[in-house]
Design a protein around this ligand. Structure first.
Ligand code: CUA
Length: 344
């Protein structure tokens, strides 16, 4: 797990990471070397030959062919080495092994979903087996904006564009949870648009694939910390709910809103995010954008989950929330409703 440049680069979770880091480290030392041999003598000569009384100005020097030839040829060779090296690594990132498994990645404002060959759709977390090439078929939902899929530990980054598919791939030998970022500024909740690549052992992945419970491997990398805090805040909240003697369904609902990415836009403690907070919202009379009033009840929650564009609460922008129709089962919607009630 040795990282390039004194550990300033993220964990190397793939061979790409090692390849890019080697090139990056080479670039760094080339720059450092030339910085020193150019700037140090430059400063020295500036001081030594500064204009002073009694010093004659230097004679006018036209040019020096040998010197000029040298400082053209050496940088040209260096630039070509950097180009060829970069080209070799880039080629590897674009040549997808034919035996790779495919995971379809759909970005929308503001979460990620992953669809597998068997039709299974998972929100926020992508599960993959270790030491297996994984091809990603990436898009952004219709009528949504540009996003970009970025896994720092894997050194892969690819735009998600509505109406088109982009591809990339990776193979990780490092089991663990690797953070996913959206790295294209996509609006107000861009910085919350995170997810995880969960790399499991092949056996564990088989289990997961067949719907069995698997033990999550630990998070990898320091940049994970922020996400972990967000996640653990929600976990604490569940514990809290449990302490108050609330039922199991509410806790399931808390898990649903976490895993579906709802918490990117809705807080549970009354703090402001893109959408209304869940805190004390259930049963309330709310005002719609057109001034009419509505009771926040079971039907309203369901409408917001499945057809959120239909009606919007006053003070919130229309059309921001994507539909979760077909993504949440009825039992999950029931659990979410129970969870919201628990926050009153
Ligand atoms: Cu999606 Cu930034």
């Amino acid at each position: 797990m040795s990282n390039g440049l004194w550990g300033t680069l993220p964990i190397q979770g793939t061979q790409f990471a090692k390849d890019w880091d080697a090139l990056y480290t080479f670039l760094f030392w080339v720059c450092a070397f030339f910085f020193v041999i150019i700037v140090v003598p430059a400063i020295f000569f500036i001081v030594k030959y500064r204009e002073r009384p009694g010093i004659k100005p230097a004679s006018h020097i036209e040019h020096n062919s040998i010197l000029e030839f040298t400082w053209t040829v050496i940088p040209t060779i260096l630039a070509l080495i950097i180009f060829a090296w970069g080209w070799e690594v880039y080629k590897k990132t674009t040549q997808i092994p034919p035996n790779a498994m495919t995971v379809r990645v759909v970005a929308k404002s503001w979460n990620w979903s992953f669809q597998y060959d068997d039709g299974r759709i998972v929100q926020t977390d992508m599960y993959v087996p270790e030491n297996t090439p994984v091809r990603l078929l990436i898009t952004s939902e219709k009528n949504d904006v540009l996003h970009s899929f970025f896994v720092p530990n894997f050194r892969i980054k690819k735009d998600a564009v509505p109406g088109m598919f982009t591809t990339t791939w990776f193979e990780s030998g490092m089991s663990g949870q690797h953070l996913i970022f959206c790295t294209e500024y996509c609006g107000a909740s861009h910085s919350n648009m995170m997810g995880r690549v969960v790399v499991l052992s092949k056996d564990e992945f088989e289990k997961w694939k067949w719907g069995k419970d698997v033990q999550l491997p630990p998070p990898v990398g320091p940049e994970f910390l922020n996400w972990d805090q967000q996640a653990s805040a929600e976990v604490d909240l569940r514990k809290d709910a449990h302490a108050k003697g609330l039922n199991q369904l509410a806790q399931q609902g808390a898990q649903v809103v976490q895993s579906m990415g709802c918490v990117s836009c809705h807080s549970s403690d009354g703090s402001a995010r893109i959408g209304p907070s869940y805190h004390k919202i259930f049963g309330r009379e709310a005002v719609l954008a057109d001034g009419s009033k509505v009771q926040v009840d079971e039907n309203w929650i369901r409408e917001k989950i499945e057809t959120p564009h239909k009606r919007t609460l006053a003070g919130y922008q229309v059309g921001l929330m994507p539909s979760y129709k077909g993504l949440m089962t009825d039992s999950e919607i029931f659990a979410v409703i129970e969870y919201l009630k628990s926050l009153n």
